[in-house]
Design a protein around this ligand. Structure first.
Ligand SMILES: Nc1ncnc2c1ncn2[C@@H]1O[C@H](COP(=O)(O)OP(=O)(O)OP(=O)(O)O)[C@@H](O)[C@H]1O
Ligand SMILES: [Mg+2]
Length: 454
């Protein structure tokens, strides 16, 4: 069977280059050659390369430089080094820099054939894995809510239960808690899942633009309107319309929206005849809804109409057990996106995250992991990769962002765990550091263990 893959062969020895090119072409590879390192560098920049087969010693630009350039430009590529000056030292160095294999001259052609074929197989498997992972991600990314929190699980059950009905859903929750994610789940678990899902942020547009976006307009509705335009309500027919920041919607528009929901018809701006629509409305807000109703920002009648099912998404600080799960999820997500293999965070970093209040909730955690994945050069994110305000947290006795001040007991528990960690789990040393006797420390640790807290 003919082999596939893009191969760049570099050798300053004419005969060797010719031989390799001939053999590899016969194998079926897509072969490009270069007889100097400088020429090869240009090809690495300009062409797609799966495998680089290069001589180590060359004038000006040598094999090691090509290896580095190739790994940088084509992170999924592999490199095989060939040299007439085989020393263990240069072999080790090449392998350390990430070469797939090392071949000494004079080589047997079937040896090169075998090594090249193995390298191509590795590349093919890696590409296949990545594609699969991306497919799974794309599939899961649509609907997956990561949580082990009982309250969140209850909300997820509720969403699945009411999704097939057409009743409106109102989602309350602080910024970044996952309101939009819940809206998507509701849409995807409904019979409307093959219909459109359209979202509009009511706070992001001026009053006229929002009316135009939502309701559309008829020809000559206003100066400059040369043709008619479908609004989002009409376009979402057969599907779901997600109205984010609903309390920002002007009062008169709220009346019109109420009409759409009740009468199942929409009136374009400037039109006289309403058009039938079939939409499911999901609205969200990060404001206090009762307050918004009390002070008139949200019309009472619309509130009651939307409020058939309410989901109140708890802030991340109230479901800290979700943090490690979400960290793992976001590591996978950002690694796949950045084509890196960052799989861990250090225990110290996780400790800081567990003690943090996340005013920006899940979105803030996602940003932290994304940033860490981008800046780390290894497979682990460390404390040093955290944003400044998180790295310097240890000096603060408590964190005001959440508005919740911990009790003395909670603080004591955290402090004791911190000291235990610092002394590597040695209770005698920890007791001495804390200035209490060993049996008191043991008793306290036992209580924490029994209550399942950390
Ligand atoms: N439980 C979760 N599992 C996986 N990803 C989550 C979860 N919660 C939130 N996210 C992710 O966090 C980010 C923020 O979520 P989302 O946009 O749904 O929040 P929001 O409440 O609508 O925020 P805002 O009020 O700022 O609009 C998104 O990238 C979302 O995919
Ligand atoms: Mg949102």
């Amino acid at each position: 069977m003919a082999q596939t893959g893009k191969l760049l062969i570099v050798d300053d020895e004419e005969i060797a280059l010719y031989n390799l090119e001939h053999v590899m072409k016969k194998e079926g590879y897509d072969v490009t050659t270069a007889s100097t390192g400088t020429e090869a560098l240009k090809l690495i920049e300009s062409k797609n390369i799966d495998l680089l087969l290069t001589d180590l010693r060359m004038e000006n630009v040598d094999g090691m430089q090509l290896l580095n350039a190739c790994r940088q430009r084509h992170p999924d590529s592999e490199v095989i080094m060939i040299t007439g000056y085989a020393t263990t030292e240069s072999a080790v160095k090449a392998m350390k820099e990430g070469a797939f294999h090392y071949i000494a001259k004079p080589f047997r052609l079937d040896e090169v054939r075998k090594v090249v074929s193995e390298a191509m197989e590795k590349i093919r498997l890696r590409q296949e894995n990545k594609q699969l992972r991306e497919q799974v991600e794309a599939y899961e990314g649509k609907v997956k809510i990561i949580t082990q929190d009982p309250e969140m699980r209850r909300l997820m059950d509720l969403v699945r239960q009411v999704a097939p009905t057409d009743c409106s859903i109102l989602i309350e929750g602080a910024s970044g808690t996952g309101k939009e994610l819940f809206a998507r789940v509701a849409h995807q678990s409904s019979d409307r899942c093959n219909g459109p899902y359209l979202a509009v942020n009511c706070g992001a547009l001026s009053q006229e633009l929002l009316a135009n976006e939502l309701f559309g307009h008829d020809k000559e509705a206003f100066t400059g309107a040369t043709s008619h335009k479908k609004g989002l309500i009409e376009s979402a027919s057969g599907g779901t319309l997600f109205l984010d920041e609903i309390t920002e919607m002007p009062a008169d528009m709220q009346v019109k929206l109420l009409r759409v929901i009740q009468e199942k018809e929409v009136l374009r701006v400037g039109a006289t005849k309403p058009l039938p629509v079939d939409i499911r409305v999901i609205a969200a807000t990060n404001r206090d809804l009762k307050l918004a109703v009390a002070n008139g920002t949200l019309r009472n009648d619309l509130y009651f109409r939307l409020n058939v099912i309410t989901l109140n998404i708890p802030p991340l600080a109230r479901r800290k057990d979700d943090i490690p799960l979400l960290v793992r999820h976001f590591l996978q997500k950002s690694s796949a996106r950045m084509r890196k293999e960052v799989t861990n965070v250090t225990p110290e970093m996780l400790d800081i995250l567990m003690g943090y209040d996340f005013p920006g909730n899940v979105r803030e955690l996602e940003n932290i992991i994304e940033r860490g994945t981008a800046v780390t050069s290894g497979d682990t994110i460390e404390v040093a990769h955290l944003p400044d305000h998180l790295r310097n947290r240890e000096s603060q006795p408590y964190h005001k962002e959440s508005g919740v001040i911990p009790t003395l007991e909670e603080q004591e528990r955290k402090y004791i765990h911190w000291v235990m960690n610092e002394v590597g789990g040695n209770q005698t040393l920890a007791a001495r550091t804390l200035g209490i006797n060993r049996s008191s420390l043991w008793r306290k640790l036992k209580t924490y263990e029994d209550s399942g807290s950390r």
